[in-house]
Design a protein around this ligand. Sequence first.
Ligand code: MN
Length: 209
Amino acid sequence: MGMDIDFDKLREYKGKRDFSKTPEPAGKKGGEGGAPVFVIQQHDASHMHWDFRLETESGVLVSWAVPKGPSTDPSNKRLAVRTEDHPLEYARFEGVIPKDEYGGGTVIVWDAGEFENRSEKDGRSLSLEKALDKGHARVWLKGSKLRGGYSLIHTRMRGDERNWLFIKEDDEEADARRNPVSTEPESVLSGLTVKEMAEAMAEREGGAS
Ligand code: MN
């Protein structure tokens, strides 16, 4: 697995942000080795969404915004809109992005963990980046809330290149009765919901001035 970060992949991420104004990381660190990680950040911005991010062989987080959030029910095909790659250190970011900045709003780490890339083509395993290039990746998540197989399929629905589907595979971890987006809203890092995180940050700022 490549340990060198591909800074070119973060050009769009850096171009969209003013790091003197946002608390988000500027993206200096590369991969840490070991199993790749995933994160799902709930992001209460102009529209509520869940950002699904997977560490690739290049040491960046490939990212999708999932408007309805992930599902544990294989019959739910969730729209996932590809967004710019993020630096690996973003996986631990939660807090409040100022209102006038790109993505302004509150972020919590809704779920996180390691994952296995199980992508293949004609019986041969594919790197995650190769699988994404081909438009179909399969991963096995080992999170606190999400576990088991998930597929990412590049559908280009409505003619939009950015449109993918994020689907739970039918395996022993599938559960149509669970709905962790609504029943387990707390951050796996701080234990706070997006609302509590926003209130906590406002209180801290009030105390500092
Ligand atoms: Mn977002």
